[in-house]
Design a binder for this molecule. Structure first.
Ligand code: WTA
Length: 656
């Protein structure tokens, strides 16, 4: 809390420069306010006009918002469109030879793909998928490295109406298995290996392992893109090479007209129970959110910009701001296979200079680690092409913000601190760079049409300056439609009865300052934010107790200088509480175990052993005490309701 207090006293304000405002898509606060007012005056008319203006519809819609089955809202429900058509075909008349993708491999090899070429590659792969029997509505799992092919696979699914579900390449075979099963996927698209920071990550082997876990009869084919050339076993009849699949396929393919409400993709994310949630997005509203935020937040200038979002396609940011948004605008974008620190911590700065990047979008955790590894490195590179910077995924601390602003952006580039979520599909609260005066540490104001508010438990707005729950009062086009296969969980999680059943509950706490700016304070549920990645504490707990040695586990977060939050696990073993070398050995084993169960990002940073966990007499684990212990704070809370107060002393002993 203390850091939050201090950032709220932030009083540095940076209005957009006259030069930036002069060329901006939304220039000046009056223009922003006019859009806000327009949305308030005629909510449906506002969205309808934008949807007609920015999307190419194969069948125009006549309905706008359908609230009859709230909270299962529908947008543009009688309209038809195809997202891949909007990202590719419609640019061909004017931009066929324009570079769509600049791909930079881990080893520095650069390749470029024009819109015409991308169109052909997407069509060929779409035809390939069709030849495997993939039809509209079928699910396709994409477990790929950052690559042109990952984007091609996503676009190809969109083209034929298949629903993709991208699984981050850093997730384990177990996590992949869970998603393949839940989505009942027909096809899995993967690669032999991914290459990151000079190291190979075996993807196909993980797919094989997932398939061997059983109960995945739904999977008929596994398509393997040859990236590293490593020898991988191919199971006859089930596995086939990407290059063999596309060989001889026609390089055009009908973009199937989709209903605006047809699902475009499912993306699994962590929630407050052990089971990941399959966030389901719809075709029309999602595309609109992607396009408008590119226009408003990223001030897209398709003819001159080189856009680079560093997110992996395994996350929502890599969906909206790599695979769809920039292409829907006909922009040139950079796609990067590797990591920011390889071969050195100057990689990002070298790449910005090399590709003359104008718009750079990354995560605070990356910024913090690059400051640590070489705060001066950006000055050694020509970053004069940059005109706009962005951050996403977690609150950015003002120190990191100032460095990003002064050293990377040379005090010339506005920073858009974008608050949004897997569930919202596109940016929700963010400066519009030619309008909003920015302050370090705040995502500032809602986008036009986004009715964000902060309320208490009863749904009433809190006074300015007070903390509360961040909600969005009216449905918006890019919001999730449901959770795949679990509409009840969708309702309970996002539209709770306590708030009337129609207000979107984001799961974050926030406050507003005297300018009405939003300051995100963190999650109100049991979700951690580690390096900008969402991890459920329950997910990690379930992984730990699945280990035969473990009787009980509780996981909490603690502040971490680079990662934002670190994972701390309290573990009760079935055997006696280990100490010394034995404890160290078990810590290493359990960390590896969690890496295998979920993925390396979920490995606890710290594990502490106890004979028990602090519980109330009714058996509830007192997590706030565990959080205090993890932070090394004095315990000032009342512990009189504790069944076993003596346990606290034991848990304070950290394991090296
Ligand atoms: C957090 C990522 C502060 C927040 C797009 C949210 C942020 C969760 C910001 C969603 C930001 C995202 N400032 N916090 N600019 N952006 N968050 O689903 O807690 O991976 O609920 O989507 O990240 O994470 P997700």
């Amino acid at each position: 809390m203390s850091t939050i207090e201090s950032v709220l006293q932030e009083n540095r304000v940076f209005p957009p420069s006259a030069a930036f405002a002069a060329q901006a898509n939304v220039a000046g606060m009056a223009a922003y306010q006019a859009l806000v007012a327009k949305a308030a005056a005629d909510y449906e008319g506002f969205w309808a006009e934008l949807a007609r203006q920015h999307i190419t519809w194969s069948k125009p819609f006549s309905q706008v918002l359908d609230e009859s089955n709230a909270p299962f809202y529908k947008w543009f429900a009688d309209g038809e469109l195809n997202v891949s058509y909007n990202c590719l075909d419609r640019h061909l008349p004017a931009r066929a030879d324009k570079t769509a993708l600049i791909f930079e491999a881990d080893d520095g090899t650069v390749s470029k793909v024009t819109y015409q070429e991308l169109y052909h590659r997407v069509c060929q792969f779409a035809n390939g998928l069709k030849s495997l029997g993939v039809q509209k509505g079928d699910r396709v799992i994409i477990y790929m490295p950052m690559s042109v092919e990952a984007v091609v696979a996503m676009q190809a699914c969109a083209r034929i109406g298949a629903i993709h579900s991208v699984v981050f390449g850093g997730f384990s075979a177990k996590a992949l298995h869970e998603r393949i099963q839940d989505a009942r996927a027909k096809v899995v698209v993967t690669a032999d290996e991914s290459l990151r920071g000079g190291k190979a990550v075996p993807l196909k082997a993980a797919v094989d392992e997932a398939m061997a876990m059983g109960d995945v009869d739904n999977v008929q084919k596994i398509v393997v893109y040859r990236r590293s050339g490593a020898a991988v076993p191919m199971q006859a009849g089930r596995d086939l090479w990407w290059h063999d699949l596309v060989k001889g396929q026609a390089d055009s393919c009908e973009a199937v007209p989709m209903n605006a409400e047809d699902p475009l993709f499912i993306l699994y994310t962590s929630g407050s129970t052990g089971k990941p949630k399959g966030v389901q997005h719809a075709t029309g509203g999602y595309l609109l959110g992607a396009i408008l935020s590119m226009q408003w937040v990223f001030d897209a200038k398709p003819d001159t910009d080189v856009y680079w979002c560093t997110a992996d396609v395994g996350w929502i940011t890599g969906h909206t701001y790599v695979a769809y948004g920039p292409l829907a605008l006909g922009m040139t974008e950079v796609i990067f296979e590797g990591v920011p620190t390889y071969p050195s911590a100057a990689r990002f700065w070298e790449m910005i200079a090399r590709h003359k990047v104008t718009t750079f979008y990354t995560a605070p955790t990356a910024i913090r680690s690059l400051i640590k590894l070489g705060a001066d490195l950006p000055r050694q590179h020509d970053l004069s092409s940059l005109r706009l910077l962005g951050t996403v995924g977690e609150p950015i601390n003002p120190e990191a913000w100032m460095w990003y602003y002064e050293v990377v952006g040379q005090s010339r580039c506005p920073i858009v601190d974008t608050w949004w979520q897997t569930e919202t599909g596109s940016n929700m609260i963010s400066p519009l760079p030619g309008a909003t005066p920015i302050k370090p540490g705040t995502c500032t104001l809602p986008l036009p049409g986004i009715m964000a508010e902060i309320v208490d438990e009863t749904g009433h707005p809190v006074p300015q300056g007070s903390g509360g729950m961040l909600v969005i009062k009216r449905p918006f086009p890019s919001q999730l439609r449901t959770l795949w296969g679990d509409p009840e969980r969708f309702k309970k999680t996002y539209f709770p009865e306590e708030l009337g059943g129609k207000t979107y509950l984001a799961g974050d706490s926030s406050r507003r300052d005297e300018d009405g700016y939003f300051w995100i304070m963190g999650r109100i549920d049991d979700v951690l934010n580690v390096s900008g990645h969402r991890l459920g504490t329950m997910e990690i707990e379930s992984a730990l107790v699945a280990n035969p040695m473990v009787a009980e586990a509780a996981v909490v977060g603690k502040p971490h200088e680079i990662k934002g939050e670190a994972v701390v696990a309290y573990v009760v073993l079935k055997r006696a509480r280990p100490t010394g070398e034995e404890a160290k050995k078990i810590v290493a084993e359990l960390r590896d175990w969690v890496g295998k169960e979920i993925g390396p990002i979920a490995k606890p940073d710290e594990i502490r052993f106890g004979d028990n966990l602090p519980k109330t007499r009714s058996g509830k684990i007192m997590r706030r005490l565990l959080r205090a212990i993890a932070k090394g704070e004095e315990i000032t809370q009342d512990v009189s309701t504790l069944e076993n107060p003596a346990i606290l002393e034991q848990l304070k002993e950290a394991v090296a």
